[in-house]
Design a protein around this ligand. Structure first.
Ligand code: G16
Ligand code: MG
Length: 216
């Protein structure tokens, strides 16, 4: 059977979540807002604009659109500065064997990311050729937990939602997959991602027999 395997990007294929955090932390510090790793969980899988609103909300800071635009630009420039030297060494453990195995099994692979910087990251890490479809923050208007990003990916691959499998590290992303009627697979912390249908600490914990069971 041909299934659609939809990968989130940040926190699933590459550990860019730490760079997002550092860039947001700078903004938060500037504004005197406390911003912990726990707060950062709320931002995973969430769009850039919404992320800023969440941070401002944490500090009960009200700001003009002009200021917001300035901070959004600053955050992205700072984030991009961390990506300059990015290469395949930043691919998370166990990801390449799974991508290769899915290709061997003639399965379809898509990206379903909230990021507007997804394509250059796939290029820099050499993973772009694996993807049969790419849907990112430039293509959708409704952010996760809205399932739009994953539904569009499945549609581009001509695969039904129920035959689609989503790998996600964020609560919002797992919810999006579930709402979309897809099989949600959490990659990360069991407690944080308890809504996922299946859960793995990382891709090294996932063996081929698990993939085989999803395909057949
Ligand atoms: C990612 C991150 C989020 C980030 C969002 C937007 O989503 O998890 O923290 O805010 O993209 O990214 P950018 O500012 O690059 O457009 P995902 O869905 O790949 O995890
Ligand atoms: Mg993610």
């Amino acid at each position: 059977n041909t299934k659609a395997f939809i990968f989130d990007l940040d926190g699933v294929i590459v550990d860019t979540a730490k760079y997002h955090y550092l860039a947001w932390l700078k903004i938060a510090n500037q504004l005197g807002i406390e911003f912990t790793h726990e707060h950062n969980e709320l931002l995973k899988g969430v769009s850039r604009v919404r992320s800023l609103d969440i941070i401002l909300g944490l500090g009960k800071v009200e700001a003009s659109q002009e200021d917001k635009n300035k901070w959004l630009l600053q955050k992205n420039e700072d984030y991009l500065s961390y990506l300059v030297d990015m290469d395949e060494s930043e691919i998370l453990p166990g990801v390449m064997p799974i991508l290769n195995y899915l290709k061997e099994q003639n399965q379809l692979i898509a990206l379903g990311s909230a990021s507007k910087n997804a394509r250059p990251i796939l290029e820099k890490t050499g993973t772009l050729p694996f993807f049969d479809a790419i849907v990112d923050g430039n293509d959708v208007s409704n952010a996760k937990p809205d399932p739009e990003v994953f539904l569009l990916a499945a549609k581009l691959l001509n695969i039904k939602p129920e035959d689609s499998i989503v790998f996600e590290d964020s609560v919002a992303g797992i919810q999006a997959a579930n709402i979309g009627g897809m099989v949600s697979i959490g990659i990360g912390d069991a407690e944080t991602l308890h809504e996922a249908k299946h859960l793995f600490k990382d891709f090294t914990q996932m063996d081929k027999s698990f993939i085989d069971a999803l395909i057949n």
